[in-house]
Design a protein around this ligand. Sequence first.
Ligand SMILES: Nc1ncnc2c1ncn2[C@@H]1O[C@H](COP(=O)(O)OP(=O)(O)OP(=O)(O)O)[C@@H](O)[C@H]1O
Length: 354
Amino acid sequence: MAHAYGPAPTSDKDYALRPLDLVWEDGGAYALLGPSGCGKTTLLNIISGLLRPSRGQVLINGVDVTAEPPQERNIAQVFQFPVIYDTMTVAENLAFPLRNRGLGKAETHARVEEVAGLLELTPDLKRRASGLSADMRQRISLGRGLVRKDVAAILLDEPLTVIDPHVKWLLRRKLKQVHESLRVTLVYVTHDQVEALTLADQVVVMNGGRVVQMGTPQELFERPADTFVGYFIGSPGMNLLPCTVEEGGVVVEGQRVPMAPEACAKARAEGGELRLGIRPEFLRRVPEGTPFAVRVEVTQVEDLGRHRLATARLGTQVLKVRLAEEERLAAGESCWLEFPGQWTTLYVGGRAVS
Ligand SMILES: Nc1ncnc2c1ncn2[C@@H]1O[C@H](COP(=O)(O)OP(=O)(O)OP(=O)(O)O)[C@@H](O)[C@H]1O
């Protein structure tokens, strides 16, 4: 499937969404994560049916729904700005999708009570919706998606943007609990990595209309398949050092770092810009003289509460290194670092080869 907004796309850049082929498992919690303009909303709107892809198909439970409008797709949507009926009570708002489908009174009542309980809306069920806080309105909006037993997925487009920062994390936790207890499929659009990594079991990282990697938060952290994932995820992101490949390893600023021979061979065969990637968390400080250790000059040490972050210079390049709280190291000193093979990745043209 792919999508171009213009009528006659000729090159890659004409596509808001480059060709992709993804499988979304029933009951999963997915986040679409990426910077502004990368195509997240376009992809979400294609899943919901608000937008028809210019190429390819959308299947839900094996049925081709490409031509079906949103109301025929058994999906619920939660937008950045909650759509709530102010003249109705909270309970009436929650019951609305069920009334629409002609569900009986007793069953409607039971579902509304259940969902209100999950979202901590029970004490407010009889209140009119006008004048409620943004986070309550968003909980109602989410509740309207959850009351229906037949929804195949709930699609959420940056639902926490208008929520106060101090209640954001509460709502995020609530959403996670709801997902764990109901196991309804969630597809959640965000540009915030913390939101994506805490909510989703699978994160779809997008950049420039492309899905660069889909994986668990752990996979994205430990095995970024692309340099974009390396620096976009993590705080700070991965160190990505220009390097060359020589017999038996990689060379950064004249210093040799061991690398699997297959990765080196692949890098040579593919050709392209080479980078050595390692996260600040995985660089290990070792005693002078340790084989393959690299000497760096520390230029800054920041105290970040539970740990410290050193900025160090390796020749002309700059590295970030996470230090344990008790590790003594100050600006102006030098130290020796090891690149553990397990956490060191070679990238060619932005893609991992090791
Ligand atoms: N209706 C449209 N017509 C033409 N181009 C569009 C339209 N909607 C989006 N685009 C373009 O498609 C690309 C992807 O946009 P999209 O809204 O999907 O990105 P996004 O990742 O959701 O960004 P944001 O977080 O800013 O909403 C952008 O380059 C955007 O300018």
